[in-house]
Design a protein around this ligand. Structure first.
Ligand SMILES: [Zn+2]
Length: 350
């Protein structure tokens, strides 16, 4: 059984912004229904940090121009300046799908991580990430994973990640994503797998399908595309405009078909249009997979995405000590209010 547990706590202060009248600050502790991790929803925090979330457009334009000059991922350089796969792995050296180019990583995050250059454009606003662009990137990454599985079946744990622009941790500005793959699960995936297995054993049902049924049509549910369900998590991992997606009944990336990939790509593109509408320029995505060599009834492929702060000279970061080192979650507004804003945006004529 999934339960959404929350406890509300208050603090009283004499507020200098209100002539030292007594004011009440609310802290809502929410427990992640799978992992038990706490996320504190702090009402008013979004407004408090909002000036750090917008970008200095002039600074952003100059960053785009400066980085373009020596960009290895721009079309005129990608074949000259990026690594190639060894001949025994892939005779052609690189994988091309639409505008996407898959290349080995010069210095990756895992022993078999690769990069997928997503566009011919050096810079894209978040409404420029079309479903086709993301879909082609996914298909390129998938072609790599299929080949990797033939050559090295022991590399069982892939994830797809996007870090877009420096606030999201990207050192190269040009739109790209990464496929990280290694023989051991990344920590969050390991935790998800362990907790999902325990849930399955205790409840005789899958946490992920139970969660989908519980959220579908509810206040945090956003939309469904091709069997991929999109909603705002009850207890966000990170909480900055965080959205979750679940690919029902598919436990690893090699099980996904075109319909599933399109459901993910269209969803990402829709949420990025929403972020753009709210003035954001930077984001992260993770797409988590179970081991590729077996089907697990207790786990579904799932995605999280968040927006990141704006490009500003002050270099504000939302990776402060609490989430980064204490591993606790923090949400800057109530997830249900955020879901309502997304739905309002989706309903508006584009
Ligand atoms: Zn470029």
């Amino acid at each position: 059984m999934i339960t959404f547990e929350k406890t509300v706590k208050y603090s009283r202060i004499l507020n200098p912004l209100k002539n030292f009248e007594e004011d009440i600050v609310t802290f809502e502790y929410r427990t992640d229904p799978l992992t038990g991790r706490n996320t504190t929803v702090i009402r008013g925090m979004l407004k408090y940090i909002s000036k750090s979330l917008v970008s200095d457009e002039e600074l952003l334009s100059s960053l785009v121009e400066k980085t373009k000059v020596s960009c290895p991922f721009c079309p005129e350089s990608v074949k000259e300046k990026t690594p190639m796969f060894t001949q025994d792995f892939l005779e052609e050296g690189r994988i091309f799908v639409g505008d996407a180019v898959v290349i080995p990583n010069l210095l990756g995050h895992a022993e078999r991580s690769v990069l997928v250059v997503l566009s011919k454009e050096h810079y894209l606003k978040l409404n420029g990430f079309t479903a086709k662009l993301v879909f082609d990137g996914f298909k390129g990454g998938l072609a790599y994973l299929k080949r990797l599985n033939e050559v090295e079946p022991s590399i069982r744990f892939p994830v797809f990640i996007f870090n877009y622009l420096p606030p999201a941790g990207s050192s190269i500005l040009h739109p790209h994503m990464q496929v990280l793959a290694r023989d051991r699960a990344f920590y969050l995936v390991k935790l998800f797998l362990e907790k999902s297995k325990a849930y399955y054993e205790g409840n005789k049902s899958s946490y992920w399908s139970d969660l989908t049924s519980k959220e579908r049509g509810g206040e945090r549910h956003l939309f469904g595309i091709n069997g991929v369900e999109w909603f705002v998590p009850f207890a966000p991992l990170r909480g900055s405009n965080e959205v979750q997606a679940i690919v029902g009944g598919k436990s690893n990336l090699l099980e996904l078909d075109d319909k599933d990939w399109l459901g993910l790509a269209e969803g990402i593109s829709k949420i990025l249009r929403f972020y753009h509408g709210e003035g954001y320029v930077s984001f992260n995505v993770i797409l988590a997979s179970g081991p590729v060599n077996e089907h697990l009834d207790y786990f579904d492929v799932n995605l999280r995405m968040i927006s990141r702060p704006g490009i500003q000279a002050s270099s504000f970061t939302d990776a402060w000590a609490l989430p980064y080192l204490l591993w606790d979650g923090e949400a800057v507004e109530e997830p249900e209010l955020f879901a309502e804003r997304v739905k309002k945006f989706m309903r508006a004529p584009s």
